[in-house]
Design a protein around this ligand. Structure first.
Ligand code: ADP
Ligand code: MG
Length: 321
């Protein structure tokens, strides 16, 4: 067992990222950050055991994922990650749990340079709350900036994390190769926040949101904020080979890609004139991006599949429904 203060020391000693604008980091009543002029983006997300992650998730995966879901919010604003605060509630901890958590966190933090500058440590049911602060260079990417006629794009591959969760919960049977199953589980436990993509898109995209609760559910948020409707081309939602292997039924697979949670991909809009720039950004950042539809005037928030008059109904995750 470690004491609260040993735990804080272990975290600090294991994490090496420092930001030049940090005047005072972990150790006093608050951290002090020197800001140039500009805009700070702030976001917080909490992961509760048994709600946001299966109880058996490893400490290293939790370190990665608790930071990743927050970096995804900064990415969706086009912000550059700078600082993080970590509120940990733990039933009890050994040193190895803290060290593994820090190592998983560091793997991702080192790739974006974000510094842990403080937090809080309490005893109770396992829960991890992370606050992130990022800098917005010129123009933040909002949910509300889209216009009728804009193209709609999504990064990466949808539905894979949800399939990984279904595998873990034995809901799919024994399907797919070992490598495919491992890849899907990794998408659940180690989501890749699209930080570089978000920063690059800030100059080109008209609106953006990260997909955490399912494509339909998060697209509806963007549409309501932008006062638009959308037409989705479902044929463009091509599944990965791994997803196709574990969900062979085409209808079930489409449902998974439209509603599955935990993707942490970026969903964004851009005018048709930006299409070449978007392709270039995709190549420069090494992030697959595909055009999946178009935004339109029409009843605010409604989403149609191309060729259908019936709006699609989101069945994403809502904690209070
Ligand atoms: P206070 O009682 O003033 O809230 P604490 O004893 O909780 O201070 O924390 C002491 C220092 O350690 C503070 O700088 C705080 O931000 C930091 N800290 C506490 N818990 C964590 C944590 N889980 N991760 C990072 N820093 C932490
Ligand atoms: Mg405290």
């Amino acid at each position: 067992m470690v004491t609260e203060f040993e735990l804080i020391d272990r975290l600090r000693n294991r994490l090496r990222q420092r930001q030049p604008q940090t005047q005072l980091s972990i150790g006093d009543d608050a951290a002090l950050l020197n800001l140039n002029r500009g805009t700070l983006a702030a976001a917080v997300d909490t992961l509760v055991a048994g709600v946001h992650f299966p109880e058996q998730t490893t400490a290293a995966d939790l370190g990665w994922k608790s930071l990743a879901v927050n970096l995804s919010d900064l990415a969706a604003m086009g912000a550059t990650p700078r600082w993080a605060l970590l509120a940990l509630t733990l039933p009890q901890v050994g040193e190895s749990w803290v060290d593994e958590f820090a190592d998983g966190w560091a793997e991702l933090a080192d790739s974006v340079g974000i510094e842990l500058i403080g937090g809080d440590t309490t005893r109770g049911p396992l829960s991890i709350s992370v606050t992130v602060l990022g800098e917005v260079a010129q123009r933040p990417l909002l949910r509300s900036g889209a216009s009728a006629g804009d193209d709609l794009y999504v990064s990466g591959q949808l539905g894979e994390a949800a399939a990984g969760l279904a595998l873990l919960q034995d809901r799919l049977g024994c399907v797919g190769s070992d490598a495919q199953r491992a890849a899907l589980l990794a998408r659940l436990n180690r989501p890749a926040p699209r930080v570089a993509l978000g920063q690059a898109l800030a100059a080109q995209a008209s609106a953006a949101i990260d997909v955490s609760d399912g494509l339909l559910s998060d697209l509806a948020h963007l549409l309501r904020a932008s006062n638009l409707a959308a037409m989705l081309d479902l044929n463009r939602l091509q599944p990965s080979a791994a997803l196709a292997a574990v969900i062979p039924d085409a209808r079930a697979r489409t449902h998974c890609m439209l509603n599955g949670g935990d993707d942490y991909e970026l969903l964004f809009s851009a005018p048709a004139s930006a299409a070449d720039a978007i392709d270039q950004i995709s190549a420069d950042t090494g992030t697959a991006v595909r055009r999946i539809g178009r935004l339109d005037q029409g009843t605010r928030g409604l989403i149609y599949a191309a060729g259908s008059e019936q709006p699609l109904v989101a069945q994403g995750w809502d904690h209070f429904r």
